[in-house]
Design a protein around this ligand. Structure first.
Ligand code: ZN
Length: 193
């Protein structure tokens, strides 16, 4: 059989895969947000990965693994044009909330993210300012909830976003509705300040 080459790259039917990046322990991350708003949900660090909490039916909960809220947003590194999903903590989300309140959208917000004390679990400090959009061409933002569904192996039709969990936008697995009242155990992970 002759080997056939094609110049077309096969496309993933689920859409483009976006890498997830977090604030580095050392140094500064600078990126421009392409999403209009942030989304987030309670997550566990379970079996070596960050996974969504699916309580009341949640394997990680049953094993007593602590949970914490994580937010997700699409952002662009202006230098190398890498378009990625930025994962952040509730603490860091406050700066984004304030920016959105002031500007009506997060799209076009440039942020600098650093960690205090240079530790991988150090508190994240996020500072925001408007990007000069005359100079930087921002790509269209992906559907971040759909990207997370791919990463977490949840059928896309089972994820919806709303703004009702603890006043924050949340992803909800419609097949397993989230119990909005946290259980007394386990406790959220304490963040260092
Ligand atoms: Zn859980």
């Amino acid at each position: 059989m002759p080997l056939t080459f094609s110049s077309t790259i096969p496309t993933d039917p689920r859409g483009k895969a976006f890498p997830i990046l977090r604030t580095p322990a050392r140094g500064k991350m600078t990126a421009a947000i392409t999403s209009d708003d942030l989304i987030g949900t309670d997550t566990h660090f379970f079996k070596g990965h960050t996974v969504p909490c699916t309580r009341p039916d949640c394997e990680a909960h049953d094993e007593g693994i602590p949970f914490r809220w994580h937010g997700y947003i699409a952002a662009l590194n202006k230098q190398d044009r890498l378009h990625f999903i930025f994962e952040f903590t509730a603490q860091a989300a406050d700066s984004l909330d304030q920016y959105r309140l002031a500007h009506g959208t997060l799209r076009g917000c440039e942020f600098n993210a650093i960690r205090l004390h240079g530790r991988f679990n150090g508190r994240v400090i996020l500072t925001c300012h408007p990007l000069d959009q005359q100079k930087v061409n921002l790509p269209r933002a992906p559907d971040v909830a759909a990207c997370m569904a791919i990463i977490w192996g949840i059928p896309a039709g089972q994820i919806e976003t709303n703004r009702k969990v603890n006043g924050r936008p949340a992803m909800t697995n419609t097949e397993q509705p989230l119990d909005l009242f946290p259980r007394p155990q386990p406790q959220p992970i304490k963040t260092t300040s």
